[in-house]
Design a protein around this ligand. Structure first.
Ligand code: CO
Length: 204
């Protein structure tokens, strides 16, 4: 199986070079992506492919449930590097419908460490329990929780000191909330883009 992957890799590298002889040499010198993607680890949500971007164009952070927890050193390091060093202009939090992390957060089963990791999603569910309880169909209820989780993580990113400091010094950064649909491959923009501190305050 792994031999196949290595053969795939050689074929891919060859294709890239035949399309653009300097491709890897250019990437080696510098990466200058304009976007930071914060998405779910789910294998069905491959960041670059979905938005048609080549290597070097998208800085990517993925974890189970596309979370941006304010105490997570991994996420915070990625965010700071993206903003302070790479100077990305857009941060997109990208959830997806049918997310196993989101359903595991609220199904009441014990799984161990991941229950701690998913706790923020449980909190989002609790905060919006009246809206969610009013949705009779379970799949639709979970899909709405996927959206609410993205909205919450967008607020986390926009509230972060790295983003706040960047705005204060005049650096343009927009934080977007998207949800990807496994069933048709399309991204839905939740129209929750935050590009200034005032827009964050308006969300409350
Ligand atoms: Co997921």
């Amino acid at each position: 199986m792994l031999d196949q992957l290595k053969a795939n890799n050689r074929a891919w590298a060859k294709r890239m070079v035949s399309a653009d002889g300097d491709f890897f040499k250019r990437l080696e010198r510098q990466q200058a992506p304009s976007y930071l993607w914060i998405g779910c680890s789910d294998s069905r949500v491959p960041a670059n492919e979905i938005v048609g971007l080549d290597p070097g164009e998208l800085f990517v952070h993925r974890n189970v449930g596309n979370l941006a927890p304010p105490q997570d050193a991994n996420y915070l390091s990625v965010l700071q590097f993206a903003i302070d060093v790479l100077k990305v202009q857009h941060v997109m939090v990208v959830g997806h419908y049918g997310c196993g992390g989101v359903s595991a957060a609220v199904d009441g089963k014990r799984r161990g460490l991941v229950d701690h990791w998913l706790h923020p999603i449980r909190e989002v569910g609790h905060t919006h329990r009246h809206e969610l309880d009013a949705i009779p169909e379970q799949r639709a209820r979970l899909d709405r929780l996927c959206e609410l989780n993205v909205l919450r993580q967008v607020r986390n990113v926009a509230s972060d000191v790295f983003v706040q400091d960047a705005w204060a010094r005049g650096q343009a950064i927009q934080v977007h909330g998207w949800v990807y649909s496994l069933s048709n491959g399309l991204v839905k923009d939740l129209n929750t883009t935050i590009g200034r501190p005032e827009e964050l305050e308006r969300l409350g």
